[in-house]
Design a protein around this ligand. Sequence first.
Ligand code: FMN
Ligand code: SF4
Length: 649
Amino acid sequence: MTHHPDLAAPFTLGGLTLRNRLVATAHAMAAVADGAPTESDAAYWHRLARGGAAMVITGGTAVAPESTLPQRYLTEAWRPEIEDAVRRRAEAITEGGAVAIAQLVHLGRETLGAGTYYAPVSAAAVRSPREATAPHPLSAEDVRGVVDAFRISAANSVQAGFHGVELHAGHGYLLAQFLSRVNNTRDDEYGDRIALLSQVIDAIRTEIGELPIGVRVSVEPDVGGVDSGLGLDDLVELLPRLYDVSPFTYANVTAGVRNTYVPSMATTRPPLLASVARLRAAVDVPLLISQGFRSAADIGQALESGADLVGMARPFIADPDVARKIVAGQERAIRPCTGCNEGCRTFEPTGSCSVNPELGPPGAAARPAVPLLLTRPGSRTGPVAVLGAGPAGMECAMELARTGAEVTVFDTAPRVGGQAHLAALAPHRSGWQKLVDFQRDQLADLGVRVQLGTAATPAELAQYSEIVLATGAEEEVVPVPGELPTVTSTDFLHRYADVVPAASRVAVLDDGFGWWQGISAVESALAAGAREVTVITPGTDFATGLSPENRTQLMNRLTGAPLRIVPMTTVTATTAGELRLRNVLDGRETSLAADLLVTVGERRSRRPDHAPADGQTVRAVGDCVVPRRIAHAVAEGRAAAEAVAARPL
Ligand SMILES: Cc1cc2nc3c(=O)[nH]c(=O)nc-3n(C[C@H](O)[C@H](O)[C@H](O)COP(=O)(O)O)c2cc1C
Ligand code: SF4
């Protein structure tokens, strides 16, 4: 597909030339120790910049101690002594051919849920909906201290080699707290909502002259009818007013606040696409629009509507070459971000990615993964059979084919995708299908033979010198005695559209781990029109396995749904229209009317008993070793291919 003519065209920003219109918006991978970027951090940014982004904005850069976390994985931009480490980061980006911008942030009242050392501060003592207590309001003198903190941090960043800075006035952080009608209730000079931001821009100008100063703002959505105080109307009023008094170099507009600004896979199109034209008309500065952009078509539409630049963050984490591939019209070759927000948003201990096995923790060249060797390495070399066309098997076959191996994939299922395809059957989970489609297309492009719908016979398998088992897992049936129709969550995902209309009171017996099997059963039942959905869990709550971010977005989707949670409870038996429940703490028995019970059972490895032929090597990867996340499957599939390829074929 041809892309918008401007997409690959250079753009001049604050006297700098951007090689195209694609920007890596601020993110941080937490490869920072004691507040200073590490060598791994530089390697990450270098790889990203080499992939074709025109401008790279580094995130997680704090301007003052009270805006840091005890783990100290935010870069401490106010400290001149970390200049060398910051310089490594800036050089990594510039050597990769991109313009390097350091984003500067003061978190204000948002503690990110961390037990911070300092009292949270803000424009006023207005409590964040995400915090249990109201912040301490800054005095006018304190605010001037904040201005200075931004000035010093900007000067340090430019001194260390950054081409410019971006002020984080979005996502509900301190500068946004001052911009908000609801949060800024001051009656001093800073009661003018743009006053702080304006003073920050002016102060930074005295340090860095005409180098770029970007301003990132976000449209904060009203939730549950509660006025956010900083919606699109506010931004359309504030941005031009700010530009008039304190000209800045570009506006970067995104959406959301903490827990919603990185949307889950339920968001399938860029939320701000329809607002670009209005923003364009309002602000006469270069406009960078971001969030949820994935396709050349959506990027083209944003450019057509008046954006100058389009930003993405997670697509660069999933595939650092995404910009180059979009510009080259090679969208099919992009390893897609699924929107799972698992690896990149949990920082355990640094950012990783479910679909990108090349992203490893500090000091590792890739995500650590060890395929299970089920035989001694055999003597034979030659063709490879991969049993299982799920994420692990397909990843393995792709990599093997790239190394020139002759590889065949077998799966007894009629289609590829395994557990990823299953997960994607649920509403709001289609992101996983993107990975399946990508791997399927790669196999096709690489000419890999894929045999579906039948099992490979022992005689067939004997011809292969290497066997990789990637046969996945299956859900156990939870034994619940009684007459009520009862299905596993796996069966339910295949059939919910058919069964729910005839069984509109759906009960879901979760396993207590609060992960997607139970959640998807709930969302599927609701999507199919269930009148009443009840989650029964032996755990303390529903969806406890999700990160606060994914859970918040889930709960926003479920607001107003006919959903009840019965915690600390299990199901002992059923009758025709009823469940017998028992509280796991006090043993009290109750009953619940229901038409259908969906059970969430343990996922058990499914590994065929394969008797290896003479000299054959057999390995196992992914869920058929131990059922875990798709990240494990992809990384082990890749690692198995590398292990096979390390032997002469
Ligand atoms: C790991 C990670 C860290 C992020 N850190 C920041 C940050 O420090 N500052 C910021 O403005 N946005 C941050 N973001 C938000 C992204 O810039 C972007 O707006 C968001 O991910 C939505 O865009 P996308 O759909 O292209 O990923 C972060 C996103 C991710 C995934
Ligand atoms: S972990 Fe998930 S959301 Fe994050 S970049 Fe990777 S695929 Fe995208």
